[in-house]
Design a protein around this ligand. Structure first.
Ligand code: BG6
Length: 511
């Protein structure tokens, strides 16, 4: 037990953030209400935020502190992961919530913010520590950081007495060119060590467990290579549609929304070499090498190596669902893809000849994110026909829901004959640890407060991922969409996705 603070008894395996003023730009938005404030509230009740921490919402709309607190209270009651929200804990938490009204291009709002932060330093002991969370569309990242710099709110990165850090939300740009422009804008006023590009997938327990699984066990790493693995499938499937985000999604599509970031993060963690240490640079150095080794998709092979789709009408659990083109704020002739799949090849010693099939889509049969590693088939079937009917070993790392790991092996069925069947060896988070995992945002905000960037994307990773994806997006833009809508809501996606793997003599898993 920590003798200095008995309140932290039992939490010695957890970490405590230093006192800091956390400023959220885009404070009237959905992300703030659904994710950020509930995450900060949970950090506070789990005693991981230092006493004296303060949260300042900044947005264009006019509101008082009291109105902002009320709005966030209602949202947290709805979205908190542990309910009901305890009124006493909330009231302690909300006394540190403040609001500053301002537009992102108006210097006077930033002056007001500066005065508020100075007051907070004096009353809360935050000592000039600032975490700015840019929960805004990417076109505001540059203007906001410039305004912060002009108001004198960005500290020197080498200052050891206090820190300034900036979390930027995805999407980080729209293509290679725009992400570079964005990166230059941020670097005009910030050092790379002050920039935290969030990808909430990296905050998920089961995603971090991929690293623990690979590099915390001796038995898997020797198998983790071309000699033993036939192929890998990575799926991020969603049951939901676009949930009223038509305007955003029309400009994004499945590839920009999920593949360039969440899916590529999973790909890097599965394919990377062991890092020399578990720190931000060592881990990210190895991750980016995976992206550098991706075989660029030759233009003439894009249609063969990718599949795209858009959902039409359908049903789920008997309920009728509308088509993407019928969603609010969506062009009735939209060519935006709501499903994308690709075959990716990695040209390095470990993975040469092992295809990575990735897919994501909205309005699919069920919500499931997973990595499935399919091993090679046995060389000789000793046990006759029943063995020939068993499938090759498969390791499935389930990211969500039902987080866990399953290994499929062949086993003898009880009885007098040597009959083999597939069985599963299963590890489940829920039953093993007996507690619910923190939300990804809790973990990542805490890491940013502690100055640990291991689970954030570095600029070279973002650059490499856009370098790979942009020619595909450009090609799709030029080529007419293939008969959209081309899959019904509630199914596993377009026939083209099946053809993509069947061409190689393989099949998608049906999770
Ligand atoms: C977001 C995307 O980044 O991730 C959404 O913009 C998507 O479209 C969401 O629904 C999925 O996150 P999760 O944690 O529910 O898998």
């Amino acid at each position: 037990m920590n003798p200095l603070n008995p309140l932290r008894a039992g939490l010695d395996d957890e970490r405590l953030a230093p006192p800091c003023a956390i400023v959220i730009f885009g404070a009237s938005g959905d992300l703030t209400r659904r994710k950020l404030v509930p995450a900060l509230y949970h950090l506070q009740i789990s005693r991981m935020l230092a006493p004296g921490s303060a949260i300042v919402g900044f947005a264009r709309k006019s509101a008082t502190d009291a109105e902002f607190r009320e709005e966030q209270r209602e949202a947290t009651m709805q979205h908190a992961r542990s309910k009901p929200v305890d009124p006493e804990s909330w009231s302690t938490f909300e006394s540190s919530l403040f609001y500053v009204q301002g537009a992102f291009d108006d210097a006077s709002g930033f002056e007001r913010l500066k005065s508020q932060l100075e007051r907070i330093d004096a009353t809360h002991g935050t000592r000039g520590n600032r975490l700015f969370y840019l929960a805004t569309p990417p076109e505001f990242f540059g203007p906001i950081s410039r305004m912060l710099a002009s108001a004198g709110l960005i500290g020197d990165p080498t200052d050891s007495a206090s820190f300034t850090r900036v979390i930027v939300e995805k999407p980080f740009g729209h293509d290679l060119e725009s992400s570079r422009v964005l990166d230059r804008a941020l670097h005009e006023v910030l050092h790379e060590s002050q920039i935290y590009r969030i990808d909430h997938y990296l905050g998920k327990e089961a995603v971090q467990n991929l690293l623990a699984f690979r590099f915390g066990n001796a038995i898997f790493e020797p198998l983790w290579r071309r000699e033993n693995i036939d192929h890998v499938q990575i799926t991020v499937a969603e049951e939901i549609g676009i949930e009223g985000r038509g305007k955003f999604y029309e400009g994004a599509g499945a590839t920009r929304d999920i593949i360039q970031n969440h899916l590529f993060q999973l790909l890097m963690l599965v394919a990377m070499e062991p890092p020399s240490a578990f720190d931000a640079d060592s881990v990210r150095d190895e991750k980016v090498k995976v992206l550098r080794a991706l075989r660029p998709m030759a233009r003439e092979r894009i249609s063969e190596l990718t599949a795209r789709g858009q959902y039409g009408r359908g049903t789920l659990g008997g309920a009728p669902l509308t088509a993407y083109r019928e969603e609010p704020d969506v062009n009735p002739d939209s060519r935006t893809e709501t499903f994308a799949a690709m075959r990716i090849d990695i040209d390095n010693w470990r993975w040469q000849g092992v295809p990575f099939y990735i897919r994501t889509g909205k309005r699919l049969t069920r919500r499931v994110s997973e990595v499935a590693v399919r091993f090679k088939a046995i060389p000789v079937a000793l046990f006759g026909r029943s063995q020939a009917e068993t499938a090759p070993n498969e390791l499935v790392l389930r990211i969500q829901p039902d987080e866990g790991i399953t290994l499929r092996v062949a086993a003898k069925q009880p009885g007098s004959r040597m009959l083999l069947r597939d069985v599963n060896m299963d590890f489940r988070y829920g039953t093993t640890w007996g507690r619910t995992s923190a939300d990804a945002y809790e973990r990542l905000i805490l890491d940013a407060l502690l100055g640990d960037a291991t689970l954030f994307a570095r600029n070279d990773e973002v650059d490499e991922s856009w370098r790979y994806i942009t020619p595909i997006l450009e090609y799709w833009q030029e080529m007419p969409a293939p008969g959209f809508p081309n899959y019904s809501s509630g199914t596993w996606g377009p026939a083209a996705a099946e053809a993509l793997v069947e061409r190689d003599g393989r099949r998608w898993r049906r999770p």
